[in-house]
Design a binder for this molecule. Structure first.
Ligand code: NAD
Length: 326
């Protein structure tokens, strides 16, 4: 990335939570980026100087290819997707259309537009339930328990095919639970993950629902592996650099995670302590499609890219609280 003369990158899903942080990071390094998103949230870009926003649907292959060619895009970060496990259980076809069909369209547009390097935002949801095998490494069985995870497995297969067909290099990053925020503008205020939902409950004084309290974990609640957004954007940039070094010749799959498990109850306690506020917590049945413990192994990405998590769960919780209030 650093060595090339004025490379231009396209970020699908560039107005989303992770995409807007990635664009912020690219801009801070004076790297030119095009955001391609169907639902541009201009508020997220109010502080950016040189970012171009293209409003478009990733399923519109022709428009995407024309955009790639018009801006002479050299690398694509493909993040655009629907990401709710619960919604995917209710409406799996919608997830097939956007996450599977949309990824096929992005790959076609890259092929036609001559893009050789592609980084895909995949998820820990691709893994089969771990049944006590922690941490989960990249060679763990792929067998999702919900349509969202299925759509990421299909996406990963296509990203590998892009390389197998000789079109270029590709990397799939399996993100675990992403949290934290650079500022209140980029904060994921409408997020449906535990962290933003909990912050909203503290702010509004509303009851917080915890699904499952007698699970096989130390305090009975679900355990997840949280990784800071800055570490996630750093993994995307390092991946693109690795692809550029191995021009056209590599395909890789990497976990992006902290290797540390944190329970829902731990997060509630820490946000309660930090905010000085209290909320009512309601414990109900464990949800279908929800894994009990998900902790990843990060040795592979550490060895390949010298990537290590730089921020911990306390920083994620504190940033969530600080930025949720403005
Ligand atoms: N946030 C997490 O913890 C997490 C964890 C694992 C994987 N991921 C993956 O990372 C990526 C980004 O996640 P996020 O948290 O930023 O989600 P997000 O919902 O904030 O952003 C997704 C963006 O994609 C855009 N989009 C959706 N459908 C589109 C379409 N058809 N055409 C163009 N744009 C479209 C949306 O408008 C949105 O801006 C997703 O692929 C998600 O599955 C996220």
């Amino acid at each position: 990335m650093e060595g090339k003369q004025n490379p231009v990158y396209l970020v699908t899903g560039g107005s989303g939570y992770i995409g807007s942080h990635l664009i912020h990071e690219l801009e801070s390094k004076n790297i030119e980026a095009i955001s391609f998103d169907s639902n541009i949230n201009l508020r997220k870009f109010s502080g950016f100087k040189s970012i171009r926003h293209v409003r478009g649907d990733i399923n519109d292959t022709k428009f995407l290819r024309d955009t790639i060619m018009a801006y002479r895009v050299e690398g694509v970060f493909h993040l655009a997707a629907l990401k709710s496990v619960t919604e995917s259980l209710r409406n799996p076809i919608k997830y097939d259309l956007v996450n599977v069909g949309g990824t096929a369209s992005v790959l076609e547009a890259c092929k036609d537009g001559g893009v050789k390097n592609l980084v895909f935002s995949s998820s820990a949801a691709v893994y089969a339930p771990n049944l006590g095998t922690n941490p989960i490494n990249e060679d763990h069985e792929l067998a999702s328990i919900n349509p969202y995870g299925d759509s990421k497995i299909s996406g990963e297969k296509m990203i590998k095919d892009f390389w197998l067909e000789g079109n270029g290099s590709s990397i799939c990053l399996r993100l675990f639970n992403v949290g934290g925020s650079k500022n209140s503008i980029l904060y994921d205020s409408k997020g449906e993950n535990v962290m933003p939902k909990l912050a909203r409950s503290f702010l509004n004084g509303t009851r917080f629902d915890v699904y499952g309290s007698d699970l096989a974990t130390p305090d009975g609640t679900c355990v997840r592996d949280y990784v800071h957004i800055d570490d996630v954007t750093s993994a995307f940039l390092k991946s693109m650099s690795l692809l550029e070094v191995n021009f056209g010749t590599m395909h890789g799959v990497f976990n992006v995670c902290s290797e540390i498990g944190v329970s829902v109850n731990q997060i509630i306690t820490e946000m309660r302590d930090y905010s000085g506020l209290d909320i009512e917590v309601n414990y109900s049945e464990h949800r279908e499609g929800d894994q009990v413990v998900v902790i990843g192994g990060n040795q592979k990405i550490t060895s390949a890219m010298n990537w290590i998590p730089s921020k911990n769960i306390s920083q994620i919780i504190q940033e969530t609280w600080d930025h949720s209030q403005l």
